[in-house]
Design a protein around this ligand. Structure first.
Ligand SMILES: [Zn+2]
Length: 414
């Protein structure tokens, strides 16, 4: 394959160009549902470099940018990143503005800097370098900048996988998702299961609270305290499961004992946990809470709120070989990323298990496509002063480039 060797390729990297792309993305607010402007900006950058780019969407208000380089003969490698972010409810809590894109001591600040506009900039820049330096790149490297990751991916990655399954997009041999991973490989992910519990009591005047009321808020509070605890069940690929009660609604008016309270639970699962096993554990805790409270009842509600992610099992790349890949990768992609990491850093790659949140990578794994999540070192995702280490974006960029070269220059994908 003509084009520079790895060392030579890295000399073309200009850190300031990478930062400029990242800043451009951060400066355009894009909470889930309002991704159009930032997608336009990204499409413009790619088009400026004469890269084939198209906009695909289930809903035109929720666009996805898909850009490709390469001759098409050889492996199909996808870089996937989301450009939607969570909102900024507390701009006053930020020391640098959430949309300024300030660079302080090698740290780039802003909403989405870590999750994951910094990484999307690295992937975009990787495509630009490949486009200019390897005009005859075998195979296809496709960048997918998607909407809607923070709310489940219905308009984003799920939609693109439907296009793949319908034959309108090429089926990837390998997918790299650029979510923060502290430059470690994420080959497995916890599952997600979000559901509600509705507690029912008996309304009455406050004066009769002790006589005939059953306070649903008090019952729910007791249940929340019992539910929201560490779960002692470690899995070597993804760490501990998590249960967190993230929403609480109850009561109608100040002088009435409330008849109803509703909580929303976000449960992250490890391999082996099922919807049934999770619900059985929750019921056990709730039954005890109701018994100790001495009245009231509850029901579990799944799938009633479109913001809730339905049960999605934990998933691992190369799940058939279980954890064998940790020492002896059967996945060509896992091998290619590990090798790239060694080439770039001279160190042995590590696996990321301690903070395995859900990413769009789960959707590709469920579609049977080899997927590795590899991204930068970032801090305070979803909170004030979110930032990403620029150094780590440069390393990510190099590892992505080296991975592509490793994949297209070895025979086929296993
Ligand atoms: Zn993210």
């Amino acid at each position: 394959m003509p084009g520079p060797k790895l060392e030579k390729l890295f000399e073309f990297i200009r850190e300031d160009e990478l930062i400029e792309i990242a800043r451009g993305l951060i400066r355009i607010p894009s909470p889930s549902g309002e991704e159009s402007a930032v997608m336009d900006f990204a499409r413009g950058i790619l088009a400026e470099h004469s890269i084939d780019v198209e906009v695909l969407s289930r809903d035109p208000a929720r666009p996805n940018v898909v850009a490709s380089v390469g001759t098409g003969r050889g492996p199909v490698i996808v870089f996937n990143g989301h450009l939607d972010t969570v909102p900024v409810p507390d701009p006053w809590a930020w020391s640098a503005g959430p949309f300024a894109g300030e660079l302080i001591d090698g740290r780039l600040y802003g909403r989405g800097a870590s999750d994951m506009k910094g990484s999307c900039a690295a992937m975009t820049y990787a495509l630009i370098l490949l486009r200019h330096l390897y005009p005859d790149l075998p195979g296809l490297v496709q960048l997918q900048l998607v909407s809607d990751e923070e709310r489940g991916g219905h308009f984003g990655t799920k939609f693109l996988i439907e296009q793949i399954e319908a034959g309108r997009l090429p089926r990837p041999d390998a997918v790299l998702v650029g979510e923060k991973s502290d430059l470690k490989l994420r080959v497995a992910e916890r599952g997600v299961f979000q559901f509600k519990v509705r507690f029912k009591g008996r309304a009455t005047h406050t004066a009769y609270a002790r006589a005939e009321g059953i306070n649903a808020v008090a019952l729910a509070a007791r249940a929340v305290a019992a539910l929201d605890r560490p779960i002692d069940r470690f899995h070597p690929a993804v760490g501990y499961p998590v249960i967190s009660v993230n929403m609480f609604h109850g009561g109608e008016t100040p002088n009435q004992v409330p008849a109803e309270a509703v909580i929303t639970i976000d449960r992250r699962t490890v391999p082996g946990e099922t919807m049934e096993s999770v619900l059985a554990e929750v019921r056990e805790v709730l039954d005890r809470a109701v018994a100790e409270f001495g009245g009231g009842s509850y029901e579990i509600l799944t799938g009633e709120d479109e913001r809730q992610i339905p049960f999605t099992p934990a998933n691992m790349t190369d799940a058939n070989s279980r954890l064998v890949y940790m020492t002896n990768p059967n996945s060509r992609l896992v091998w290619a990323v590990q090798e790239a990491y060694r080439q770039v850093t001279g160190r042995e790659p590590e696996f990321f298990v301690e903070w395995a949140g859900a990413t769009d990578g789960r959707l590709y794994r469920q579609a049977g496509i080899d997927t590795v999540v590899f991204g930068p070192v970032g801090f305070h995702a979803h909170g004030p002063d979110e930032h990403v280490l620029v150094d780590s974006l440069v390393t990510q960029l190099k590892v992505y480039l080296a991975t592509v070269l490793n994949l297209v220059t070895t025979s086929g994908l296993g």
